[in-house]
Structures are given as structure tokens and as C-alpha cells.
Design a protein around this ligand. Sequence first.
Ligand SMILES: NC(=O)c1ccc[n+]([C@@H]2O[C@H](COP(=O)([O-])OP(=O)(O)OC[C@H]3O[C@@H](n4cnc5c(N)ncnc54)[C@H](OP(=O)(O)O)[C@@H]3O)[C@@H](O)[C@H]2O)c1
Length: 303
Amino acid sequence: MASHKVFVCTATGTQGGAVARQLRALGWEVNTTTRNPNSAAAQALTSIGVNVYQADWAATSYLETAMAGCDQLFLNMVPDFANPTNEATQGKHMLDIAKAAGVTHVVYSSAFSTPELDAIPFVQHAFSSKGVLEAAVREGGFRHWTIICPGYFMANFLAPKAQRLYPGAAETGEFTLAMRPDTALLMVDHEDIAAAAVAAFREPERFHGHKVDLTSETVSVERAIETMRRCTGRNIRARYLADDEVEAAKADNPMLAMDGILRVMSKWAGAEADTGAWGLPTTTFEAFVERERQVFEETFRNV
Ligand SMILES: NC(=O)c1ccc[n+]([C@@H]2O[C@H](COP(=O)([O-])OP(=O)(O)OC[C@H]3O[C@@H](n4cnc5c(N)ncnc54)[C@H](OP(=O)(O)O)[C@@H]3O)[C@@H](O)[C@H]2O)c1
């Protein structure tokens, strides 16, 4: 018998999908929305018993229907780089509807941040909504709340994210990067993000009021590339752009700006110790590649 009903934002996506699957494995009831109920992701959720409602987040009445009876919310929004305040507006709207529906417990998935990262103008522009939403969650009057802050997704190297973040990599095997070979990536497995969210839902008192940084393993970029090449047998490699090349390429590929800021992350290498201290899983990148072998095969099938 399900004892909770959780509304999971972005269940057709990476983090939300893992949260929905892990909650269903516990027998909990899960509601979500999608704009396209016919998509493979939406159909897969339906097949495991997730209640999938068709809605755009801008459509209030549909969201109210989808959240009716839910007592917990996994909040995860999507950045709008053209209009960065949209993420906060939509997220606050989601919180208002959740409150009215009777939700008492919110787990918000934000992003790893530090004062140094926050001082970078691109970060201020693109990620300002995260801070606004963290404050809205803290001050929203919910009985329990937890903010989880994931590092760099291991899934960024895989379809469908790789196509958006690293144009050409899936087709050629070559990642064009603004990072350096020794840039330390504070990587996180989305199943570990979900495990953290599920732990917070199961132990509200323990996680209440905390902001938890999540890193599964710190891996240098070149080691990540080498691990993918070795484990998949595909000719996966990187081309590291010089600073002037990065500036020239940014106009065509704004994601390189994002890539460039990751250069400053190295000083927080080893942050997985904090995740482990909470008793949360810390999957290695190699274990992730082995587990996701089939998706790697599909992503790099021409390489
Ligand atoms: N990538 C990283 O390394 C990283 C690191 C830290 C934090 N983050 C944060 O992670 C968040 C994204 O999580 P994710 O990558 O797990 O998500 P995702 O895989 O990109 O999935 C996003 C989902 O949102 C739904 N969606 C988007 N716009 C919608 C709208 N207007 N109405 C209804 N549904 C909508 C889509 O569902 P449908 O298409 O089915 O409607 C989609 O499945 C972002 O806030 C990002 O900043 C990312």
C-alpha cells in the first residue's frame, strides 16, 4: 500500500525520471506531467504505474489537477537561457500550487554553487533563478524542506544531453571542450541524485532545513574521456580549445561558456566525501559507464 503521493517535476527527464522510478520501486504513488504523453519517456513512466498528466507548467488548472492529493513535491525546473527569470517564475508558481494542494514536504534540486562560481557574470545571468527558488522553498511555510545541489551530471556525456551540450560529439566521438584535461569535474550520477531525494522524502526530520551538495566522484576531464573510450571500445576523445578559440567559438555554441566556468571547480575536488557523510551513494564514473553501456552504444553507434 502506497503511503505517500509525490509530485515529481521533470519525470520524463534525467533526474526526475530516476526519482520517479526509485519511488515506484518503493511502492509510493507518483504523479507527474508531460507535454507529450506519447513520448517514449512518458510511456515508460505509465508502464511502471506513474500517474502521467498532460500539462505545460504554464497551465495552472492542469497542474492543479496533477498535484491534487499529493503530500510531497520533488521540485526541479529547467533553465531558460533566453529569459533566465522564467525558471524562478515557473518554480514559484509550482510551489504555490503545491501549497494549495496540501503538500507539506519539498525537495528542491538546485545546483552546486560557490561564491566564486556565483561571481561569474554568466552564472549570475543563467542561474539567478536557483537562488530565488532556494529562498522560496526555505520561506514557503512547508513543514519539511531540503535543497539538494548536484554537481556535473555524468549523463551530460550521453544522449540526449550530449547532443545539446557538445554538438558533434555523438556523431564523431570528439568532444570540443573549453575545459582543460586536468579540470576536475565534480560528477554526479542521476541515480545518486534520486537516492538523495528519496532519502529526504523517507527521513524528513533528518534532512529538513539542510542544503546538501551532491558529488558521486571527482574525475578529471581527460580521465572521464579515457574511461568512456576504454569501457565502450569507441573512439571517444577530446579537443581542448585554447582561450582565444573558446572566445571565438562561444558565439556559435553558448554552452562553451558553461563549459569554461567548470575550470574553476577543481578546487572543490573530493566533495563526494560530503555526500558519503550523509550515507548517500557515490557511484563511480566507471560504474556509471558500465551500467549505461546500452545508452553509450546508442549515443556513439557511428563512432
Ligand atoms: N546537467 C548538469 O550537469 C546539471 C548540474 C546541476 C544542475 N542541473 C539542473 O538540472 C535541471 C534539469 O534537470 P534534468 O537535466 O534532469 O532535466 P531534463 O532531463 O532536461 O528534463 C526536463 C523535463 O522538463 C520537462 N519540461 C521542460 N519544460 C517544460 C514545460 N514548459 N512544461 C512542462 N514540462 C516541461 C520536459 O518534459 P516533457 O518534454 O515530457 O514535457 C523534460 O522531460 C536544470 O535546472 C539544471 O540547471 C543540471
